[in-house]
Design a protein around this ligand. Sequence first.
Ligand code: ADP
Ligand code: MG
Length: 260
Amino acid sequence: MALLEITNLHVALEGGPEIVKGVDLAVDLNEKHAIMGPNGSGKSTLAYALMGHPAYEVTEGQILLDGVDVTELGADERAQRGLFLAFQYPHAIPGVTVTSFLRSAINAKRKAANGGEDDPVPIPEFRTALLSAMEDLKVPRELASRYLNDGFSGGEKKRVEILQMALLRPRIAVLDETDSGLDIDALKIVANGVNALVGPDVGALVITHYQRILNYVTPDFVHVFVDGRIVAAGGPELAHTLEAEGYEAFTPMPVGGGES
Ligand code: ADP
Ligand code: MG
C-alpha cells in the first residue's frame, strides 16, 4: 500500500455542489506525481480536502495515510503525520514573523512526535537549518524577520512555502500551483527544492496548470484532471502531449441531451 492512498474521493464546499467527483490516487515515497488540469477543474479543492481544510467536505471516499484513515482528522494532525501543503495563494499573517512561524511549526511537529511533550528545537540548530535552507532557496535574509507573507511579492511567497517544506521535512508534499507566477530563475529554485526533498523518505504531488515546471521536476506519473476527475494517467510524456494538444482532447464530449 502506498503512503498516501486516496479512494473514490468526492469533495463539496460545505452545502455547495460537488467539485471533486471521485478521485483515486496513490502517492508513495520516492515518487513524484503531477496533477495537471485547467483552471476551475477542482485541483485546489482536492488539495484543501487532502490537507483537511474545514470548509471542504468529503462527501464520499477516503484518504489513507500510512494505512490510517485521516479523512476526519484536523489539518494539524495530518501535518503531524507528515502531510504538507504549499498553498496556491499563501495567506499573510501580520504580527507573526517568518522565523517565529517556522519555529512554532517545527516545534508543534516535534511535540507530537514526542508523545505530546514539548521538545523545542535548540535555537542554534534551528538557526543553522533556517539559514542554510534560505540560502539554498535564495530567500533574502531580511524576509526571516518580516511578518509572514505580509507585502511579499508573489515569488517570495512561493519560495517561503518551499522554505517551510524544506524545514518541516514532510513525508508527502503537495504543491498547489507553486509554479504559477514565478519567473524562470525562481521556478528552477522551487523545482530544485522539490527534487532535493523527494527520496526514500518523501513523495510529492505537484499540482499545476502548465507543463513548464515539469521540465525541471520530472514526474514519474502524470494525472490529467478535468472537471473534478482524473481522466487520463501516464508517464512524463503525457505532460508533453498536454502541452501540445491542450486539455480539449481530454474533455469529455457532451452526450446528446445529457449533461456535459
Ligand atoms: P482549480 O484549483 O483547478 O483552479 P478550484 O478547486 O479552485 O479549481 O475551484 C473549482 C471550482 O470550485 C470553481 O468553480 C470554483 O469557483 C469553485 N470554488 C472553489 N473554492 C471555492 C470557494 N471557497 N467558494 C466558492 N467557490 C469555490
Ligand atoms: Mg487552484
